[in-house]
Ligand binder design. Sequence first.
Ligand code: GUN
Length: 303
Amino acid sequence: MQLLDGKGIAATIRAELNVEIRALTGEVGRPPGLAVVLAGEDKPSRTYVRNKERACAEVGIRSETLYLPADVGQDELLALIDALNTRPDVDGILVQLPLPGGLDSRVCLERIDPSKDVDGFHPVNMGRLMLGLPGLRPCTPAGVMEMLKRCSLTPAGKRAVVLGRSNIVGKPLAVMLGAKGIDATVTVCHSASPDSAAYCKDADFVFPAMGRPESVRGDMLKPGAVVVDIGISVTDRGLRGDADFASISAVASAASPVPGGVGPMTIAMLMGNTVQAFKARCRPKCRPFSGNLRKLNLWHMPT
Ligand code: GUN
């Protein structure tokens, strides 16, 4: 079985981005800037944010994390987003989810300037994805697509099953897989699907993204299927994906591990989106979202 080594691929992408960022920083006179807003004390969120900071330092992105107390008011958070929207040295804004209770994440995400929305969660960017227009893409599904590409796994003409319909992963991934040029035939299964297992058994590509640890087993797969595991859960046995890796290994032709699979790819795509936003803002003569980065992260887009 082919191991889809997200950790290694992400390191390659970061090295590529570092070369591009060094050239751009010289050209523009400042590095790209990413602002991360972290409200409250959620432990996994703190870990994600630390990993993002580390990746920024490695590739040459100036990063700042704005820590807010869990009881921050909605108006205060919106005022901070407004300030970041207007700051010329901030190219990307990420509001870490989940937000503490009492804060409306939809309102906050919609407040971010779409040209700085490096999470790709703003309705403008989601809509552009839906329409096949250039824009900032959600990092996790973009990371899955980049992983497939760099592992020479082509879903064209194949049956792809996405397990989960979240706004962050399942929905945008289904659109990317079914886009013109990628050409998978996509089925989205979810918590109300009575026959997810039957769809899995028929699928050439399976993308578990439900957040239910080790729930996809080898006996649910067609022999030779490709499994890209997007789930990540903290269990009493450590971090676990949505696939039971040992049992799928005997059946799948390729699979991504957890940890070390999609997670590092997500962060690499965040770095790529930040550079893309930087370029679109600092080189207005360039067509937005064009340039060398078209080869990264944007392969599912028409040019
Ligand atoms: N929390 C878990 N994943 C993500 C993500 O991709 N972006 C943001 N903003 N928060 C998250």
